[in-house]
Design a protein around this ligand. Structure first.
Ligand code: ABU
Length: 817
């Protein structure tokens, strides 16, 4: 009996340690063959290298190649075939080289689609189907459950990349939409997150089991498990793969977290067992083989990685034996007769013979019918399994030869278990919830704004009616009118912003929005421009320390306001011409449906914006901000002017403060609630309403209250300017002088009152006398001198009565202090 040496390569450790389950199955097969008198009776098959440790490839290409080269170069025994490897990343480099020694190579489990390339792997066969044939199973599965949208995730090694490329290539013709296709080399965390971001719920995964642990740990962290998610992964991992550890691919999830994450996943895989009850070529049924295998490994194959594929290992060694048996017969029939024992590494004829015979392989193995395609791939049945309570349970069989449209036969017992009671939807059903302004709020704000407009009209009426009253006259009535007009525009803007996109056409909505921008900008420039220009005039007069005559006419103030309006017009016109507004649909963060986990609600709303809205708004805000700062400065500077009718500074200061606070708070809060149209409108419109109403009330209410107060001329004369650099002493002096003056005023008032009483008495008497004598009296009583003095007094006590001059005349009476 001669020994026939087979070079075996086994992954006992590493990314996939399937050699643990395969090695004993192959040893068992060799024992059965060597003890079978009808098979290779003159030979004994011997597996090399001796001992599984030396045969361990670590599932690593470099190590696997080293194992093979050591056996080929450093030993005296001639190997007749290579059996293996298990991991495709080892099989690929070794099968690319082994044919150079005229060696056939047969893998018991490698699945890389790349190995189907005959030009690279000239003498390679495998009893395990390539990973990409499982894509057909996946398509049928997706169709069966009505899933048309999937995300994919794969590790970037040929085994998975090529299988996934094939899946993606054929997705469209199978009516599958790929939401996203992610790949990773080492850490899959980012890619898992991306799957979630893209809304993938049905995920096709292709990766080794050490990476699978990282994937599912991240899936747990992302919440991508449970009733809403379905993972369809590779089916040849070891049992309880999620419980194992790999220092090279660590995870930071607890076992409980991993169990939650992996619950319910599906696998697709080659069916590793024959469905036939009849004994195959080995004279054993599959059940008998499994029994013997279990006994051979000591009773617990479950603990061995790759144990599910043991039938492939067993059948692979039978494939070699049957091929050698046939080859021996053909070689013996040659002239002169040859033998497989004559094989040398340079014997290409014998290698070709082996190749031809191997290509014709066709027998019933314990893993089902064994036959190869032209590219050396195994054909056979496939299965779908589901992880149910921690165990992979077969739930369907795929038969490629079936004539049915859907070639999967689904088991009823055990059937598929759905955590949510039904297959989840393949994507969130997105319901767009249009954010519109509550009509009742719009009506309420329109009513409030109308009241504001009416109030402005009331102030306007007051302003016109009392325009010749010195208290109003001194406060620049024309500027007051502008303030009121600005406030009215602000109220109009509240109404315009409340016109929601659901009550007008898109075109009208855009137009209203464009107009509203102008209205709001003008409202600000008119009201605050007018207020600040008035204050500027007061500031000019009272900072005039040389006490020279200073004439600032209303027309100059109009000019200032006009300049502000002109700047607004330039910015807004350029904006409209260069970067016109468009309607854009915005959406907010997804919200869960209260009752259906497959539905998400997305708030959407329309906004009018242009490409550079931020810059245009920034320009307008900068202009308005500067105006406010300037106004605040003027109000501060004129805070000590003590002519109430002349100076609104404390009210203007309050208005600026009020507007600034409301604007800052309003903008900050509005950014948070922008997607809630009603809340946003309520907040913004209330802020504008309050700012506007407070402003106009602060400017006009004091005037209304003071309209009946008659100010003595002394008030005018005692208007003071307090320089901030005054010393305390000067301040006290002035206060004392002011007190003295106040006393003097009181005395003068009393004298005036007495004089007026006397005049009235005399007039009464005079009237009485005229009636009786019909003669002029006044001149006789007071004389021409008195009349002139009274006239002069009237003019002095009310110096601004000359229409249009306002402050000009007041200015003739220089500040006395
Ligand atoms: N059946 C396990 C496949 C492993 C691999 O091809 O690397």
């Amino acid at each position: 009996i001669s020994d026939v040496y087979i070079l075996g390569l086994f992954p006992m450790t590493g990314s996939w340690a399937g050699g643990q389950g395969q090695y004993p199955a192959i040893q068992l097969g060799i024992e059965h063959i060597n003890s079978d008198a009808s098979l290779l009776s003159d030979y004994r098959i011997v597996l090399k290298p001796d001992g599984v440790e030396d045969a361990d490839t670590w599932c690593n290409g470099g190590r696997g190649t080293d194992v093979m080269y050591r056996e080929l170069y450093n030993t005296t025994t001639t190997k007749i075939m290579v059996l293996g490897a298990g991991c495709s990343i080892v099989t690929e480099p070794t099968a690319q080289a082994s044919h150079l020694w005229n060696l056939l190579q047969l893998s018991y489990s490698s699945a890389s689609p790349k190995l189907s390339d005959r030009t690279l792997f000239k003498k390679f066969f495998r009893v395990f189907p390539p990973e990409k044939v499982l894509n057909a199973v996946k398509y049928d599965m997706l169709k069966y459950f009505g899933w048309t949208k999937v995300g994919t995730l794969h590790q970037t090694v040929d085994l998975f990349s090529l299988a996934m490329a094939d899946f993606l290539d054929n997705a469209e013709e199978n009516d599958i939409e790929i939401l996203t296709s992610e790949s990773f080399a080492n850490d899959p965390s980012v890619q898992v997150s991306n799957l979630k971001k893209q809304g993938a719920r049905i995920i096709i995964g292709n990766f080794y089991e050490n990476k699978a642990r990282q994937v599912f740990c991240q899936a747990y962290k992302e919440g991508m498990y449970g009733a809403k998610y379905v993972w369809i992964i590779t089916g040849w991992y070891s049992s309880d793969w999620w419980k194992q550890e790999d220092p090279d691919s660590p995870i930071d999830c607890t076992l409980q977290e991993m169990e939650a994450a992996i619950s319910g996943y599906f696998t697709t895989d080659a069916l590793p067992l024959s469905l036939s009850d009849s004994p195959g070529v080995s004279n054993r049924t599959t059940a008998q083989f499994l029994e013997e295998y279990t006994a051979y490994v000591g009773g617990d194959p479950e603990s061995l990685s790759g144990h599910q594929e043991a039938p492939y290992g067993y059948d692979s060694v039978w494939t070699i034996a049957l091929m050698l048996q046939e080859a021996e017969q053909r070689l013996q029939a040659m002239v002169p007769p040859q033998s497989i024992a004559d094989f040398e590494y340079d014997n290409s004829d014998m290698a070709d013979l082996f190749f031809d015979i191997m290509s014709e392989t066709n027998f019933e193995g314990v893993s089902g019918p064994v036959l190869f395609t032209e590219s050396g791939d195994r054909q056979g049945l496939m299965q779908v399994e589901q992880n149910q309570n921690g165990s992979e349970v077969r739930v369907g069989i795929y038969d490629p030869s079936s004539l049915e449209v859907n070639k999967i036969t689904w088991y009823e017992h055990p059937g598929v278990i759905w955590e949510g009671g039904k297959p989840p939807a393949d994507a969130e059903q997105v319901i767009e919830q249009y954010q519109t302004i509550l009509f009742a709020l719009f009506v309420a704000m329109t009513a409030l704004s109308s009241m504001g407009i009416m109030l402005a009209f009331a102030f306007l009426w007051f302003n016109l009616k009392y325009r010749n009253h010195r208290f109003i006259k001194m406060s620049s009535p024309y500027m007051n009118n502008l303030i009121l007009f600005g406030c009215q525009l602000a109220y109009v803007s509240i109404i315009l912003s409340g016109i929601s996109s659901d009550i007008v056409s898109d075109a009208s909505y855009l137009t209203i929005h464009k107009v509203n921008r102008w209205v709001l900008a003008m409202s600000f420039s008119l009201s605050f421009g007018a207020m600040f220009s008035k204050t500027w005039r007061v500031h000019k007069i009272f900072t005039n320390k040389k006490l020279e005559k200073r004439v600032i006419k209303d027309i100059q103030l109009f000019g200032m306001v006009g300049l502000l309006v002109f700047v607004d017009m330039i910015v807004l016109t350029l904006w409209d011409l260069i970067d016109p507004l468009k309607i854009v649909m915005r959406s907010g963060p997804h919200q869960e449906h209260p009752t259906d986990s497959d539905i998400v609600i997305v708030p959407v709303w329309l906004v009018c914006e242009s490409i550079n809205t931020m810059y245009w708004l920034g320009a307008l805000y900068a202009i308005k901000g500067l105006l406010l700062i300037f106004g605040a400065f003027l109000a501060w500077e004129t805070r000590n002017v003590t002519v109430p009718a002349l100076n609104d500074s404390k009210y203007i200061g309050a208005s600026v403060y009020n507007v600034l606070i409301l604007a800052f708070v309003g903008v900050a809060i509005s950014l948070l609630i922008q997607q809630q149209a009603t809340a946003y409108y309520a907040l913004m419109s209330m802020f504008i309403f309050f700012a506007t109403t407070l402003t106009q009330c602060m400017v006009f209410v004091p005037k209304i209250k003071s309209r009946n107060e008659v100010q003595p001329s002394g008030t005018m004369l005692t208007a003071t300017w307090k320089d901030s650099s005054e010393t305390q002493k000067t301040k006290h002096d002035k206060e004392r002088k002011l007190a003295d003056m106040a006393k003097e005023i009181r005395i003068l008032k009393e004298q005036l009152s007495m004089s007026e009483d006397r005049v009235r008495d005399l007039e009464n008497k005079n009237q009485h006398k005229e009636k009786s004598e019909d003669e002029p009296v006044a001149a006789q009583v007071h004389g021409p001198e008195y009349s002139k003095t009274a006239e002069a007094k009237a003019t002095r006590s009310d110096p601004d009565m000359t229409p249009g001059s306002g402050i000009d005349n007041a200015d003739e009476n220089k500040p006395s202090a």
